[in-house]
Design a binder for this molecule. Structure first.
Ligand SMILES: Cc1cc2nc3c(=O)[nH]c(=O)nc-3n(C[C@H](O)[C@H](O)[C@H](O)COP(=O)(O)OP(=O)(O)OC[C@H]3O[C@@H](n4cnc5c(N)ncnc54)[C@H](O)[C@@H]3O)c2cc1C
Length: 489
């Protein structure tokens, strides 16, 4: 049946239905490809409302999209795509401790704006030159500095949304619309399952973050949209907490003989309270840059604070690590610190584009989180697995949070190899979950990890997720198939 665009034509924003545009929006930063029916670039929340009502009436899905840098296919759909980057991309207000934005604002643009007032929004994905705040909320994105400051969910104070049926929503602590009151009832009647059913790690983007909604006896309804991948409501405006840019920073780059030697020292480094503790294995710099340090693994450790405090802590940390590594760089000036982080970011972005013959780094087990003292065992398990299957791989991570990013290089035309990735994932995930970790720290579930959500949370929590989805979107019209599998017809 041809796509009936009549109603959408009355939207104020652009409607794109040509093959070229649809093909452009059929991909994101994952290896999936799904051809959408049309793309609408909403001019305002009324255009979003129109799209949701249209979707409700015509039984065609609506999927929000920021920059399409999601790594697991979360912005791909065969229905109508709402692209927020074109028209709904403004900073509305910068206050003393908060910023109000439209979802399509690019994170790096927001950073520049906040810098003028000496402020920053800490979550900083390596994709920040492209990714949008709407996408960061929906994926609960993190990044290098979340060790010291927290993840997107921790900064999300207020959200304006359009629900699946086209009604407007507005949620914040102490501000509940009708749907949120129902959510509260649902969560209160399952409180002990929710309080005990989530991993005890510092970051988690798997499933819905219901634990954060009821954290500490409070009810923070807006947090249900964090990590929800646009499956519960379309965000049209958000208020986020911002912080003062720290007065001083110091950065240490340490070189280790190999990955395990680097991971062994992580718990000791954490005692000096760094705001960032990153790992980059030789498998990344071998592929990602033309230079080679001759070392097996690097740790980047950043300290922040006032006056001489960061430098003092850096020095203590340096002394503590003496004998285990080589100090490759240490810097306490902004220019050098920016240069070092910039080089790391560049290497990682190159890795995403890496192709070796017909092989590509494939994400599935690329975002696990374990408690930092369990990193050595976890990494040993990963290395043994790669060795047993004679797989090449890349490995890096936010190891201060216990978050490992690793991808095997897979021939995606080989069913045997792609099948093997799933088998490996099931085994690695089971072990991570048994140790109280999560299968996805910051990248979300997308298309790839939905089949593993029950493995992560078990039957009870998965059923609660399905009830939450049913409450917000009973017809499965918002980004269907993500977070909660489509009901069997
Ligand atoms: C090179 C590279 C490096 C990366 N590094 C990091 C990293 O360090 N840390 C990290 O956490 N992630 C990282 N990512 C993952 C990704 O960039 C983040 O998840 C990012 O926040 C996604 O933003 P986006 O604008 O591209 O969203 P998209 O990919 O377009 O969308 C992501 C999800 O958000 C939903 N969405 C978008 N807008 C809205 C809205 N208005 N309302 C409701 N739902 C919405 C979409 O439907 C989709 O489900 C990286 C990706 C790449 C390619």
């Amino acid at each position: 049946m041809p796509f009936d665009e009549s109603l959408l034509r009355i939207a104020k924003g652009e409607l794109l239905t040509d093959d070229w545009s649809r093909t452009s929006y059929s991909v994101d930063a994952s290896h999936y490809e799904v051809m959408p029916s049309a793309i609408l670039c909403p001019a305002d929340e009324y255009d979003v409302q129109l799209a949701c009502k249209y979707s409700h009436d015509k039984k065609i899905s609506v999927t929000a999209r920021g920059a399409g840098t999601g790594l697991l296919g979360q912005s791909l759909s065969d229905g109508v795509i709402l692209d927020f980057t074109k028209n709904m991309n403004r900073v509305i207000e910068v206050g003393e401790n908060h910023v109000v934005v439209q979802p399509g604002i690019v994170k790096a643009v927001l950073d520049l704006e906040l810098r003028k007032s000496g402020k920053f929004l800490p979550p900083d994905p390596a994709s920040s030159n492209y990714c949008t705040v709407g996408g960061m909320i929906a994926d609960n994105s993190s990044g290098v500095h979340c060790l010291g400051y927290g993840n997107t969910i921790d900064f999300l104070d207020e959200v304006k949304t359009v629900y699946a049926d086209g009604t407007f929503g507005h949620s914040a602590k102490g501000n509940c619309d009708q749907k949120m009151l129902q959510l509260r009832e649902l969560l209160l009647s399952n409180l002990s399952s929710v309080e005990n059913g989530f991993p005890r790690v510092s970051k988690n983007s798997c499933g819905y973050r219901l634990d954060a909604v009821v954290e500490g006896g409070d009810f923070n309804p807006q947090r249900v949209f964090a990590a929800s991948e646009g499956t519960l409501g379309i965000v049209t405006q958000a208020q986020l907490r911002i912080l003062d840019i720290p007065e001083r920073r110091s950065l240490l780059v340490l070189g280790f003989q190999d990955l395990l030697a680097a991971l062994r020292i992580v718990p000791a480094i954490l005692e000096f309270s760094p705001v960032a503790l990153e790992m980059m294995d030789h498998t990344v710099f071998a592929h990602g840059s033309s230079e080679s340090s001759g070392l097996g693994c690097l740790l980047f450790v950043e300290f922040a604070g006032e006056k001489a405090e960061p430098e003092r802590r850096m020095e203590s940390c340096r002394r503590r690590t003496t004998g285990t590594c080589t100090v490759l760089e240490h810097a306490s000036d902004e220019q050098s610190i920016a240069r070092i982080w910039g080089a790391r970011k560049g290497a990682l972005n190159n890795i995403m584009k890496l192709t070796v013959g017909s092989r590509k780094p494939i994400g599935l087990i690329e975002d696990t989180v374990v408690r930092p003292h369990e990193l050595v065992d976890h990494a040993t398990d990963l290395l043994d697995t790669y060795r047993d299957h004679k797989m090449k791989y890349v490995m890096y991570g936010h190891v201060g949070d216990g978050n490992m990013h690793t991808r095997p290089l897979i021939d995606i035309s080989s069913e045997e190899e792609t099948g093997l990735v799933e088998t490996i994932a099931r085994r690695i995930f089971s072990r991570v979950v048994a140790n109280g970790g999560t299968i996805t720290g910051e990248h979300g579930d997308g298309i790839a990890r939905v089949p593993f959500i029950e493995l992560m949370y078990g039957k009870k929590i998965t059923e609660i997720f399905a009830s939450v989805k049913k409450l917000f979107d009973p017809m499965f019209s918002l980004n269907p198939g993500k977070k909660v599998p489509m009901p069997v017809a």
